[in-house]
Design a protein around this ligand. Sequence first.
Ligand SMILES: Nc1ncnc2c1ncn2[C@@H]1O[C@H](COP(=O)(O)OP(=O)(O)OP(=O)(O)O)[C@@H](O)[C@H]1O
Length: 249
Amino acid sequence: MSNLLELQGVTKNYGAVRALKGIDLTLRAGEVLALIGDNGAGKSTLIKVISGAIVPDGGRMLFEGREVHVRRPEDARALGIETVYQDLALFDNSDIAENLFAGREPVRHILGVPFLRRAEMHAESARILSTLKIHIRSTKALVKELSGGQRQTVAIGRAVAFSQRIVILDEPTAALGVPEQEKVLELVQQLRGGGYSVVLISHNLEHIFRVSDRMHVLRQGETAGVLSRSATTPEEVVQLITGAKRLVH
Ligand SMILES: Nc1ncnc2c1ncn2[C@@H]1O[C@H](COP(=O)(O)OP(=O)(O)OP(=O)(O)O)[C@@H](O)[C@H]1O
């Protein structure tokens, strides 16, 4: 598999805190890469760099082998990178279709006045949900009426609707009950089947071993190891997370 995204020597400091101390990371086309590490290891900071939410202090980012400068979320979007943060950033009092299209609504101008193309939004939303095998009664349901798992799938649906290449998921199963966790894991597998590359932050090793192809372990702002799922064990991953072992020098 070829490298879709590559980070080289990425650094980020928050004052005296060295959150990223020179990270090299590769994301291949069509893989699920798990980003793993203890609290404070630098996972959120790293995905914020990739998604343009923060600008790193140093290092390079390459997309399909070309250097790119991602300084704002719009820059990441233009490359086809979408991120679902833990807070999901959904609008509770809006319906599913409005959430899927938030900020990118199709409009039609009549005598210079913009009108939302509602029917089109709902039809397209239903198509997106059905492609992702997300079963929700109606795209007119308000987000506040949905379960936690459905909210997560709507947030992922929104990312996928506009991402062409990479979806970044920040602990998508953390706040969910077991049946809903299963649905989200299935969705991650579907994304991979659909040709997306996925970066998955999770603290749940069982989930990680079920859906990821490779694992990038961070520890205190550095890479502790990069592992292929088929060539490692949960025990080894725990040793890397805790610092009992290191595979990168
Ligand atoms: N805005 C900020 N200002 C100052 N320090 C920060 C800020 N954001 C993160 N840090 C620090 O940077 C380091 C890396 O934090 P980061 O949130 O990236 O870790 P994480 O691996 O995502 O942790 P968690 O699993 O707890 O979310 C930590 O020491 C954290 O306290």
